[in-house]
Design a protein around this ligand. Sequence first.
Ligand code: URA
Length: 234
Amino acid sequence: MSDGIDALSTQQRRTLDLLDVGLWQHRARALDRMRSDSPDQSVAENPELDWQTLENAVASCVRCPLHEGRTQTVFGVGNRKASWMVIGEAPGAEEDRQGEPFVGRAGQLLNEMLRAVGLARGDVYIANILKCRPPQNRDPRPEEIDACSGYLRRQVDLIGPGLLLAVGRIAAQALLGDSSPVGRLRGRVHRYGPADIPLVVTYHPAYLLRSPLQKRKAWSDLCLARRQLEENLG
Ligand code: URA
C-alpha cells in the first residue's frame, strides 16, 4: 500500500511546497526514501571522492524534493585551499539563477564584511548547507539538511580550512547540532567535525541588512575568527 506522499504528483508536491505546507511523513521513512531514491547515496561519504566527482554528484542530486524546483545546483565558490570557509544557509533566487552562492544583496554585504578583515571574496571558500533553493526562500527542512549534509562534509574535508564561519541561524544550528539562537552561539569559538576545526558563528548578512545595528557584533565575530586563525597559525 502506498502512503500519502507516493500518491502525489510532482505538480501537487510543488504546490504544497509553494504553499509551504509540510506533508507529514515518519522522519526515518522520509530519510530512507530520499537515500534509496538516489543513485549517489554513498558518494558524498567516500573519502576518495575528488572535487569533480563531488561536483557532478551534486549537479545530478535527487536526494530530496528540492531538486524539482531548482534552475541549477549551487555547489560553492572560491579558493579550494582557503583558510577561511564561509557557510551560509541555502541559495536564494539570484543564486539559483547564477549557480553561485551569495551573489545577491546579502552577498554584497558578505563581500564587504570579508573586505573589512582584509579578505577578498576569492581568498575564501563559500558554500551553503543546502545546494538547492527552497521554494519562496523558506527555511530548509531537517530532512533536506540531512540529505545534503554529506556534500558539505566532503567539501570541508577537501579544503581542510583553518576556520569555519557559519553565517546565520540555519548554518550555525546545522553545523553545531545545537538549536540555540545565533545570539547565544556567537561570540565564542566552537569546534566542528573529527578534525576539530574552529568554528565561529555570526549573523547572516541578510539579517544585517534588516538590522544594521547588529553590524558591530558581526564585526567583533569576524575579528574573533581572524584572531583564532592567527593564533592557530602560530
Ligand atoms: N543566503 C545564503 O545563506 N546563501 C546564499 O547563497 C545566498 C543567500
